[in-house]
Design a protein around this ligand. Structure first.
Ligand code: PEP
Ligand code: MG
Length: 659
């Protein structure tokens, strides 16, 4: 029995829909296959199904043989033809659970680079703060194939041993999943690994090799490597990231077979600096984060999974050191500066004392600052200065609320797009933006529309090769050329605006036409939603001021928008013509340069004259030395990483006395 159909499942059979499809198929006794482009795979294996790469609007055949073949084909075709299949699970895929989080390209580091002390290494400043402590090197040894040839009478026993190892690993993952304390993100990570451990692609391939006389460990190593390389070869960021997941499960199986425990993070000493090439999903989900003093990794960038976790737990982190991380393998003590990206191996007495003093001072300051959490900073004339948070994912809401954020001044939506196998659906985006609006019900939530370019491509958008991606097809430029993508985001934002005080801002604006075109699209989206009977509300539209052009046309722009938010990270690089990611020109990349400060002042003046709110969401907004200057220029909103909020509130409160 077989039938062909066109797949209507939204965004195709990616992780969650594939798992659901497999679950449905497993409910039937019949053997069921799905065939695409002449290639048939078992519909009962989510790994095989994902590797088949079934996309929305592709034609497939479902074939079943067995007693309930007709029912099986009907049910599975029904699933494939349902555009909403899998949609309700989509919010999961934006949690760090999706291995894609680790494939996500880093957005530029949030901190502008500063000069590193002599003799130190430099990586990406991924989570602010300084730390010094004993090094805890986490470089789990590679497990290699032993290539031990089994005798014929050993094979059955080896298969039994292998099956026991599979059960043990699955049981361990089930126990981990049963913990109440597990966050949604961590639960997703473990569930994804559990899926692979339960799938017969890896275990079946390993068993086949054992039956051929290969010892179980070698069989697992080879099978995991083959399947991982299949995932790596697929032209899809999301699926590439599954390769790491397969290797992680393979490793757990080998350890169970060898009767060994993995090098565990559970015993990391209090305050130690965790040094690793990479921290795998499985390790990370179980790491005692409260005990970790700092993190230094060869892999990762400012928006990698570990960076987000580190930031939300207030752990200083320097990532992306590459091979240089190997120099730290034998270090006894490590000092790191998560603001500058500097890492110092075995610091001398003077440096140690300096870091220890900075760590202590930071702790003292943190303790003294908590009283500012609930403060609403006001100037002598009663003007409230909103101190808001910059975040990029729902996981960071808690840290923002804990810090006392008066709303969100910048929600970077890139991560939502980068963590997803395909472009995120309107429903999934609406859900995310609504959750944000609800979390900050009394305060504004400023969502920035997609700010992405050829330097950090995402699945679903073809970027041209560009000589100069930072001056190229990015941000609002790309969005206006791709109304299909842009309108989906605008519709989601209109829908979310029903749930709170959503405001929307456009990145990289350099021409007034970009604002006008956006407004037309917003009106179009609102009209469509109205016609469809979908609840929605209009939001305030603002622009980021981060190009010299925007500064120079600020008076005209101010007449067309509700607010400005100055993006000093980009504004500095564009005003100074100094790449913000290039440490060689770091000295020029200085927001306090008179050229940049005067651009900020021009912007503030134009905004104040037009009576619109002027805020700032670049990193400079959190600098206590600059905050009084910005406030005096007329800025009434400052948005920063949650860790800087209480200090900023204190700085502004102190101004009242001095005003
Ligand atoms: C900025 O450019 O200042 C900004 C806040 O945006 P991003 O750092 O995301 O480019
Ligand atoms: Mg920017």
């Amino acid at each position: 029995m077989e039938r062909s159909t066109i797949v209507r499942v939204h965004e195709g059979l990616h992780a969650r829909p594939a798992t659901r499809f497999v679950k449905l198929a497993k409910g039937f006794e019949s053997d069921v296959e799905i065939i695409k482009d002449g290639k048939a795979v078992s519909a009962k294996s989510s790994v095989k199904l994902m590797l088949l790469g079934v996309k929305e609007n592709q034609e497939v055949v479902v074939r079943a043989t067995g007693a309930d073949a007709i029912e099986a084909v009907e049910a599975l075709i029904g699933y494939l033809e349902n555009p909403k299949a899998g949609l309700d699970d989509e919010s999961e895929s934006q949690s760090p659970a999706s291995g894609a989080a680790e494939a996500a390209r880093p957005v530029p580091a949030p901190e502008s680079p500063k000069t590193a002390p002599a003799g130190s290494l430099r990586g990406v400043a991924a989570s602010e703060g300084v730390a010094i402590g004993p090094a805890f090197a986490h470089f789990p040894p590679q497990i290699t194939a032993q290539a031990h040839q089994l005798k014929a009478d050993e094979i059955d026993g080896e298969i039994e041993r292998f099956r026991a190892a599979v059960s043990a690993v699955q049981a361990r993952m089930d126990r981990a999943l049963a913990q109440d304390s597990l966050s949604a993100g961590d639960r997703g990570i473990i569930a994804a690994l559990r899926d692979i451990a339960a799938d017969d692609t890896l275990t079946g391939e390993a068993e086949k090799q054992i039956k051929g006389g290969t010892d179980a460990v070698s069989a697992v190593v080879t099978a995991a490597a083959t399947i991982a390389s299949d995932f790596s070869a697929v032209d899809d960021h999301y699926l590439n990231a599954r390769a790491d997941d397969v290797q992680a499960v393979g490793r757990q199986l080998c350890l169970a077979l060898l009767g060994q425990d993995d090098v565990s993070l559970e015993n990391i000493p209090e305050g130690a600096i965790l040094i690793a090439d990479d921290i795998g999903a499985w390790d990370l989900a179980r790491a005692p984060l409260k005990r970790i003093g700092g993190v230094v990794c060869g892999h990762g960038g400012a928006t990698s999974h570990i960076a987000i976790i580190a930031r939300s737990h207030g752990i200083p982190a320097v990532l992306g050191l590459g091979d240089k991380v190997n120099a730290l393998r034998t270090a006894r003590q490590v000092a790191l500066d998560g603001n500058s990206g500097a890492v110092i191996i075995d610091p001398d007495a003077a440096t140690s004392a300096d870091f220890a003093e900075r760590v202590e001072a930071a702790a003292r300051e943190r303790a003294g600052l908590t009283v500012f959490k609930g403060v609403t900073p006001k100037l002598a004339n009663g003007t409230v200065i909103e101190v808001a948070a910059n975040i990029g994912s729902l996981e960071e809401i808690e840290a923002a609320l804990d810090a006392g954020a008066m709303g969100i001044g910048l929600f970077r939506t890139e991560l939502l797009f980068m963590r997803h196998m395909h472009l995120p659906s309107e429903d999934m985006q609406a859900e995310t933006y609504s959750a944000l609006a609800k979390a900050f019900a009394r305060h504004p939530v400023i969502v920035r529309t997609l700010d992405i370019g050829g330097d950090k491509p995402i699945a679903g958008i073809e970027f041209p090769e560009e000589e100069n991606p930072f001056l190229g097809w990015r941000g609002i430029r790309m969005c206006l050329d791709r109304p299909d993508i842009f309108k989906r985001q605008l519709r989601a934002l209109l829908r979310a605006a029903v749930h709170g005080n959503i405001k929307v801002m456009l990145p990289m604006v350099s021409d007034i036409g970009e604002v006008r075109q956006t407004r037309i699209l917003v009106e179009e989206c609102a009209a469509e939603l109205k016609a469809e009977g979908v609840a929605h509300a209009m939001f305030d539209l603002g622009v980021m001021i981060e190009t010299p052009a925007a500064v120079l046309i600020a008076p005209a722009l101010a007449k067309e928008v509700s607010f400005f938010s100055i993006g000093t990270n980009d504004l500095t690089q564009y005003i100074m013509a100094a790449d913000r990611l290039n440490p060689t020109v770091a000295k020029l990349n200085d927001v306090t340069n008179p050229a940049v400060m005067s651009a900020i002042e021009l912007t503030a003046r134009a905004g104040v004259a037009a009576g619109i709110m002027v805020g700032m969401c670049g990193e400079a907004a959190g600098r206590p030395d600059l905050i009084p200057i910005f406030v005096k220029m007329g800025l009434t909103e400052l948005s920063m990483s949650p860790a800087s909020i209480q200090r900023a509130k204190k700085t502004i409160s102190a101004m009242v006395g001095s005003a």
